[in-house]
Ligand binder design. Structure first.
Ligand SMILES: Cc1cc2nc3c(=O)[nH]c(=O)nc-3n(C[C@H](O)[C@H](O)[C@H](O)COP(=O)(O)OP(=O)(O)OC[C@H]3O[C@@H](n4cnc5c(N)ncnc54)[C@H](O)[C@@H]3O)c2cc1C
Length: 391
């Protein structure tokens, strides 16, 4: 059956794309979702190695979409404290939920669980998904877009949203350029058991090769993200479990006692990538399609969901005032605001990574004091957390 013009077609059904399709459908828009691969179902007995430090504003977004309770009830570990320190010495940055009057700073959540719960909510919201299917062509004019799919089908809609990740095909079809910087680092991820309890704390130590984070998970496990130069990452991945655990324990100054690997290990390439714009005509970019950031602040998925929250608010605002929700002016305002916040975050994380991965004398002298100072001055600690939490 050939359908007429839809309101929106979302390309890519990862966390950001699925949340976007759901958010727009809940505003009453007619939404289609195109995804290249069958989404993996979450399995409670198999922890996903990709985990996020999920910020409170995004938990509120998922709550508004009716999916947060089922995520939290399945497995989301609240974290109440953050501790950040530098291998070169100096102070420690400490942020505590208590001091901020909150019961938690955020939650550690598995990628696959988020995808699973968001996809489960799509049919009832009226989102029609096409999967597996890829976008192959794009045509657009001032009224809308026409996407050609690899099955030979096409979809017409008033706007298209590229949520198809860092290698976004739709971004390329819309001729939006990217500025990319390869960090020549990889993020090594695994679950580990530690001799001491993690205390519901997200820990991060800056080392010359890159930051090492221990994120608190259920059953006493911690999820590690260890950023290392490519050759070092390959070397530690090739170690046996005992040798890997020993190196990891040393790299973390045994802060939680001896660490023992409790899962497979994997690694993903780290880069900073920014699209020159988050809009070209009636094509909008969200999530990794628009910005890929260093994982040191755990903001990858959080920034993407803020793109979605901003778009939802813009459309809801237009509905409330009976204005055109997809006017070029409105779409452009959203794109400009999101691009500027995302660019700021990407460059800030990149700068922190470079300063703290340096062996040079001056940054080393300055940075430890900077962390200690930031930790001792409550307003700075609060401001840092507020930024991470999207306040
Ligand atoms: C292996 C790995 C590990 C990571 N680990 C961490 C971590 O520990 N912490 C952290 O903060 N961040 C991590 N990240 C980054 C984080 O996953 C991303 O920031 C986040 O997933 C972005 O979400 P997204 O929905 O925009 O993109 P993605 O999750 O990349 O989703 C894009 C979706 O689009 C689909 N797609 C792609 N091309 C097409 C097409 N042509 N047509 C239709 N569909 C298409 C894909 O199948 C996918 O489902 C990791 C990334 C990777 C790749």
């Amino acid at each position: 059956m050939k359908r007429g013009m839809r309101d929106a077609v979302v390309v890519g059904g990862g966390v950001v794309g699925a949340a976007c399709a759901l958010a727009l459908a809940k505003l009453g828009l007619d939404v289609a979702l195109v995804e290249a691969r069958e989404p993996s179902l979450w399995n409670a007995t198999q922890r996903d190695l990709r985990v996020y430090a999920f910020a409170p504003d995004n938990a509120a977004l998922l709550d508004a979409l009716g999916t947060w309770d089922s995520v939290r009830d399945a497995r989301a570990e609240p974290y109440r404290r953050m501790r950040v320190w530098d291998a070169a010495g100096g102070g420690e940055l400490a942020i505590d939920a208590d001091a901020l009057g909150r019961s938690e700073l955020g939650w550690i959540v598995e990628h696959a669980l988020l995808v699973d719960r968001l996809w489960a909510a799509l049919p009832a919201a009226g989102v029609e998904s096409s999967c597996p299917e890829k976008v192959e062509s794009l045509a657009q004019d001032e009224r809308g877009v026409r996407l050609g799919l690899d099955s030979g089908r096409s979809i017409e809609a008033r706007i298209a949203i590229a949520a198809d990740g860092g290698e976004s095909a739709l971004r390329g079809l819309a001729n939006i350029a990217v500025d990319a910087l390869n960090h020549a680092q990889r993020g090594v991820v695994a679950y580990v058991e530690t001799a001491l309890p993690h205390e519901g704390t997200a820990w991060q130590r800056f080392l010359p090769g890159g930051p090492l984070a221990f994120l608190p998970c259920g059953d006493g496990l911690s999820s590690i993200v260890w950023s290392l130069p490519n050759d070092e990452a390959a070397r530690v991945l090739a170690l046996d479990d005992a040798a890997f655990g020993e190196e990891l324990t040393n790299a973390f100054e045994a802060r939680l006692g001896a660490a023992r690997v409790a899962s497979k290990r994997a690694a993903f390439p780290l880069r900073r990538q920014l699209a020159s714009s988050q809009r070209a005509g009636r094509v909008l970019l969200v999530g990794d399609a628009a910005h890929v950031v260093h994982p040191l602040a755990g903001q990858g998925v959080n920034l993407g969901l803020r793109d979605v929250g901003g778009l939802r608010d813009s459309i809801a605002g237009a509905h409330a005032r009976r204005l055109a929700w997809d006017s070029p002016h409105r779409l452009q305002r959203w794109a400009r605001q999101r691009r500027s916040e995302n660019a700021l975050s990407a460059h800030a994380f990149d700068a922190i990574n470079r300063i703290y991965s340096s062996d040079d004398m001056l940054p080393t002298l300055l940075r430890g004091h900077a962390l200690g100072l930031a930790g001792r001055l409550p307003p700075i600690g609060r401001a840092l957390w507020r930024h991470a939490a999207g306040k």
